[in-house]
Design a protein around this ligand. Structure first.
Ligand SMILES: [Fe+2]
Length: 191
């Protein structure tokens, strides 16, 4: 079989999802660095690399007018948006390692139970999802979005610090802050 350039497939996915070139690679890189700091096994680092790239793949099913909307979503639009973890799980569960599919399913669960789709708390949430959540949150804040300009790195780091124990796993945040202090956070290059 001839080789298919996989990066192009990832770019196509990014185009469809949110015009977010590079986002998924930064999420993936930071997730692997966080996982390394947490002492996760090689196999889990491989899973994080893949889950980081595919965490939002379920958004392919959503209406582009919702994905690219500048400004807040209506309640019904938000309800649709909240389905993307389950859609992504359905797309990957029979194709990938089950732990990668689960990392996608739970990547919007919060440490305090206020996340979705299930409202799991703390260690009920797989560690791979807790790592992707922090990584995704940081990149969402520091890259340009339809609904906001890129926020300063210091602001994003402070947001993550102050949400340790509510939104985020405190142990993951600890490693994140270590990476931040060493200036090892991946950033979007804004032209
Ligand atoms: Fe997501």
């Amino acid at each position: 079989m001839r080789e298919i350039p996989r990066d192009i497939l990832i770019e196509v996915m990014e185009d469809v999802i949110e015009d977010l070139h590079g986002h998924v690679h930064r999420v993936s890189d930071l997730a692997v660095n966080l996982g390394t700091g947490l002492g996760l096994a090689e196999q889990d680092l491989d899973r994080l690399a893949l889950a980081g790239v595919l965490h939002d793949v379920g958004k392919i099913h959503l209406d582009p007018s919702i994905l690219g909307k500048p400004g807040p979503l209506s309640d019904s639009e938000f309800e649709l948006m909240r389905r993307h973890p389950e859609l992504g799980f359905a797309m990957t569960r029979n194709r990938l390692d089950s732990k990668v599919a689960e990392a996608i399913l739970y990547h919007h669960e919060r440490w305090d139970g206020a996340g979705y789709p299930f409202g799991l708390t703390a260690e009920e949430i797989p560690i791979l999802s807790r790592v992707v959540l922090v990584s995704d949150a940081f990149d969402a804040m520091t890259s340009v979005r339809a609904y906001q300009p890129a926020l300063p790195v210091d602001y994003a780091v402070n947001e993550i610090r102050s949400n340790a124990g509510t939104q985020f796993d405190p142990q993951v945040v600890e490693i994140f802050l270590e990476l931040a202090s060493m200036e090892m956070l991946p950033l979007e290059l804004i032209a």
